[in-house]
Write a protein that binds this ligand. Structure first.
Ligand SMILES: *Cc1c(COP(=O)(O)O)cnc(C)c1O
Length: 376
């Protein structure tokens, strides 16, 4: 077997031992009180993590299944304003094109969203707004609360991809007026890949399409979840639910406030390291936007080859991410999501520092020392 690598990616992330063991057992019937209790535990904890009293369902499918469920159930044949400043914003736009009349409101990746144009689209009759809260491809955190305020003012539904913020950063689904919020299992929740959770407001239920998808029919999810025991419409990915339940119990034990503070401290440490090295962070911010607390995107200095740096880091057993699409070779990204802490992060930063040096970049200062100052 190949040696286990430390995944410091913006998902998937390392899973605590308890989470891994939870999957390692004989099959159980998904139409049983035992499974119902597993699902109920997931929903109970996830509602506190989402900060919502809305309905919440767990779908067998990755984060993108949650994104598609949101648009396909509530966005069919209506005008959808899609805010885009990165790869996942683009994905929500492409999904919206399949089901509704999608209007692209594009900014360069990692730069502020155009909220004036959003208001124009809302005044022109957009009935849904899509937003990626934490744009993982660019390391930027978008102003969800402000977008929620604008959507509410114009009576549009607000769909928020919280896939890499929920469970790792502050998200207030109800207070921000998020009608459909989405998280993926393999990011800040530190569970295995393959599940998505989706919350649905009563305002959204009133606008349910008459022509829903079959497998991702959220009304069917609602019906099955309301029974005793709680169920899903079709056979769910039971082993993943068992693992997700354990991951949720761990979140409950840590406490969401502590968890968010830990994520923020880790991202602070990465930013301090980049600063010490003399490297720039990729996002361009204004007063509404912020650096991501779960994935940090750093710009390569001129002449430094992405493959050289990441190969050196990989030789030390650690995987970090490069840039996606047109950012390939231009940036690298360090995920600070889930259950990891100072030991994993310091090893990663030491390896990256070495990788930068080997690739020919003379770091200005000691990034590992700078990170220790934050973490210690
Ligand atoms: C990872 C990610 C997704 C996609 O999730 P999959 O689990 O790969 O389907 C969507 N949005 C954001 C912001 C992500 O980081």
């Amino acid at each position: 077997m190949e040696k286990e690598l430390l995944l410091m990616l913006p998902g998937p992330v390392p899973m605590p031992e308890r989470v891994r063991y939870a999957m390692m057992r004989q099959a159980i019937n998904h139409r049983s009180a035992e499974f119902g209790a597993v699902y109920a535990d997931c929903v109970r904890v996830l509602k506190t993590v989402f900060q919502t009293v809305n309905d919440l369902f767990v779908i067998s499918g990755s984060g993108t299944a949650g994104m598609e469920a949101a648009v396909a159930n509530f966005g069919r044949d209506i005008d959808i304003a899609c805010l885009v400043n990165g790869k996942f914003g683009e994905r929500l736009y492409k999904i919206s094109q399949r089901y509704g009349r999608a209007h692209l409101i594009a900014s360069e990746w990692g730069t502020p969203l155009n909220l004036e144009e959003l208001e124009v689209k809302l005044e022109q009759g957009a009935r849904m707004v899509t937003l990626v809260h934490n744009e993982t491809s660019a390391g930027i955190k978008n102003p969800a609360e402000e977008v929620g305020r604008l959507a509410r003012k114009h009576d549009a539904l607000f769909v928020m991809d919280g896939i890499t913020s929920i469970g790792g950063d502050t998200v207030e689904t109800d207070r921000w007026g998020v009608d459909i919020a989405i998280v993926g299992s393999q990011k800040c929740l530190a569970a295995p890949a393959g599940l998505a959770a989706v919350s649905v407001s009563s305002r959204a239920w009133e606008r349910l399409t008459k022509n829903p998808p079959y497998y991702l029919d959220l009304a069917a999810y609602r019906k099955s979840a309301s029974g005793k025991p709680m169920e899903t419409p079709y056979t769910p990915a039971v082993p993943l639910f068992l693992a997700l339940r354990e991951a949720c119990l761990i979140i409950d034990e840590e406490g969401i406030t502590h968890r968010i503070a830990r994520h923020k401290r880790m991202a602070d440490a990465v930013r301090s390291a980049a600063n010490a090295w003399g490297l720039s962070l990729f996002p361009v911010l204004d007063q509404n936007h912020a650096y991501s607390n779960t994935a940090t995107a750093i710009v390569y200095p001129g002449g430094v080859k992405d493959s050289e740096v990441r190969d050196t880091v990989k030789k030390m057993g650690i995987i970090i991410a490069g840039g996606q699409d047109h950012l390939k070779g231009k940036i690298f990204r360090i995920g600070t999501m889930g259950a990891i802490g100072a030991p994993e992060l310091l090893a990663t930063l030491a390896a990256v520092q070495h990788g930068l040096k080997k690739a020919g970049y003379q770091v200005q200062g000691d990034g590992v020392e700078a990170a220790c100052e934050v973490l210690g």
